[in-house]
Design a protein around this ligand. Structure first.
Ligand SMILES: Cc1cc2nc3c(=O)[nH]c(=O)nc-3n(C[C@H](O)[C@H](O)[C@H](O)COP(=O)(O)OP(=O)(O)OC[C@H]3O[C@@H](n4cnc5c(N)ncnc54)[C@H](O)[C@@H]3O)c2cc1C
Length: 446
């Protein structure tokens, strides 16, 4: 346990987002899943707020809490892979890189997010978007079982047959219902190297590139083509100059690289990039390529929007806002959804919206506190400008601290009425006292 006054207190209280500067009463580092019970009951007996921390990457700072107890699961990082069944069992403090590093030697991958240090726990509980979303869906679409401890101290096994209501809630509803001590995923076969690529466009080419991307993705592109387009002023290590650029990145998840190249040619013929870097790349290298851009302690306020039409009006909004970005430390990602992601029925998981074709993430990774207000305002401004095109639903993992996070208003906005109602019923059943409220909270009504 680490407390104020201890030599490592300042390091132990830090989370990824350097804007979160709070002072917990104690940070308890669980040495085994058994410690979870002790911490849950201690927090309840003391009447102190509790934060559960996996990888500590939550943008809203939900991995810590002012004046309360942090249950830090970060030391529990083991990942076990059964190559026969493709089942991957993961402890709750594992990072995305821990998971990729364990599965890659077997030619397997769990569809997860894109930065290696991110925690598998928070990422999974919110949904999990990444380089395999079009080909395979979200991380939660591969979550087949979990072991949890409830606020009442019950240890439950969760899968499709046992406590299926809870499995539904863990698939997108955040850490609202129980503390997960183990996740089991079904991995997919993935031959490494994959065909990965970045098509880089300078400002004059942006509009044409987005129009080409729009018609390319509106056609029936195969599931295996995963696309994320990014606007940013690139950090020096990317060696792309000082001007903001649009990078259309893709990961082709099929071993038939020629077919992937042919498909991309259809895009580049319509919108020839200024720079192009396409070729085979090891899966781990691809997954961690951007890690140095997002070091712990970066500052960030994130917003997101789901939408379906990448038409001229939307392109105008994106290009005009991206054109303002003369600084380093914010980015705008356009995730192409669809494919396997949209074939999962809406009510099969708690994830808010399966039909939107794109998910826009406006994010920060700046270093100077003097930029906090201006760059947070940029994220809010672009978010507001996209509202006329927005569909229902916001992704809780791409959200900063919002006014309605504690009152339940943010969760209502994020999930929409009917999913939110179902989540409240689940909350009433599993955490009626709202011990687990360090999240975009589902507020119980009992
Ligand atoms: C640099 C960076 C890159 C990112 N990239 C992606 C990406 O590619 N795709 C994507 O989908 N998201 C991405 N995210 C967002 C990420 O999914 C969320 O920030 C997520 O909350 C991080 O999980 P964590 O375990 O690291 O966070 P934490 O701060 O530790 O926890 C997040 C939330 O989950 C709860 N929680 C954690 N562990 C448990 C547990 N065992 N049981 C119950 N509740 C628990 C916490 O209480 C908290 O509410 C990224 C974030 C950052 C900062």
């Amino acid at each position: 346990m680490v407390q104020p006054g201890d030599a490592d207190y300042d390091e132990a209280r830090r989370v990824w987002n350097g804007m979160i500067d709070v002072r917990p009463r104690a940070i308890v580092r669980a040495g085994s899943a058994a410690d979870v019970d002790l911490v849950l009951s201690a927090a309840q007996r003391a009447g102190l707020p509790l934060a559960v921390r996996g990888g500590g990457h939550n943008i809203a700072g939900h991995g810590t809490v002012e004046g309360g107890i942090v249950l830090d699961l970060g030391a529990l990082r083991a990942v076990q892979v059964d190559p026969q069944t493709r089942l991957v069992t993961v402890e709750p403090g594992a990072t995305l890189l821990d998971v990729d590093a364990a599965t890659a030697p077997f030619g397997l991958a769990v569809p997860i997010g894109v930065i290696g240090g991110t925690g598998i726990a928070g990422l999974t509980l919110g949904g999990g978007v990444g380089w395999l979303t079009h080909s395979d869906g979200l991380t939660i679409d591969h979550l087949v079982a979990a072991e949890v401890v409830t606020a009442a101290g019950e240890h439950l096994h969760v899968d499709e047959e046992t406590n299926p209501d809870l499995l539904w809630g863990l698939r997108g509803g955040g850490g609202n219902f129980a503390v997960v001590t183990s996740f089991t995923f079904r991995a997919r076969p993935l031959a490494s190297p994959v065909l990965g690529g970045n098509l880089v466009y300078h400002r004059p080419g942006w509009r044409n590139a987005l129009q080409a991307l729009s018609s390319w993705t509106a056609g029936a592109i195969p599931d295996d083509m995963n696309v994320i387009a990014t606007f940013m002023r690139p950090p020096p290590l990317l060696e792309l100059g000082d001007e903001p650029v649009l990078i259309i990145g893709f990961a082709w998840a099929s071993p038939d690289h020629e077919a992937g190249r042919t498909l991309v040619t259809a895009l580049t013929e319509q919108a020839p990039p200024d720079l192009e870097d396409v070729g085979p790349v090891s899966w781990i290298e691809w997954q961690t390529a951007m890690d140095p851009v997002f070091p712990k302690g970066s500052r960030g306020y994130w917003k997101n929007v789901s939408f379906s039409g990448l038409d001229d009006e939307v392109i105008d909004v994106l290009v005009s806002h991206a054109g303002e970005v003369t600084w380093e430390g914010t980015g705008i990602d356009i995730h192409h959804m669809g494919g396997a992601f949209e074939r999962v029925p809406q009510d099969a998981t708690a994830f808010p919206n399966r039909s939107a074709r794109y998910w826009l993430n406006i994010y920060g990774f700046w270093q100077d506190p003097a930029d906090d207000e201006r760059l947070s305002a940029f994220a809010r401004r672009l978010h507001a400008a996209m509202q006329p095109f927005a569909e229902q639903g916001e992704y809780v993992n791409f959200l900063g601290a919002e006014d309605g996070s504690a009152t339940g208003q943010q969760a209502r906005r994020s999930y929409g009425e009917s999913t939110h109602r179902r989540l409240v019923e689940l909350k009433n059943r599993y955490d009626p006292g709202n011990l687990l409220r360090g999240n975009h909270n589902i507020v119980p009504t009992v």
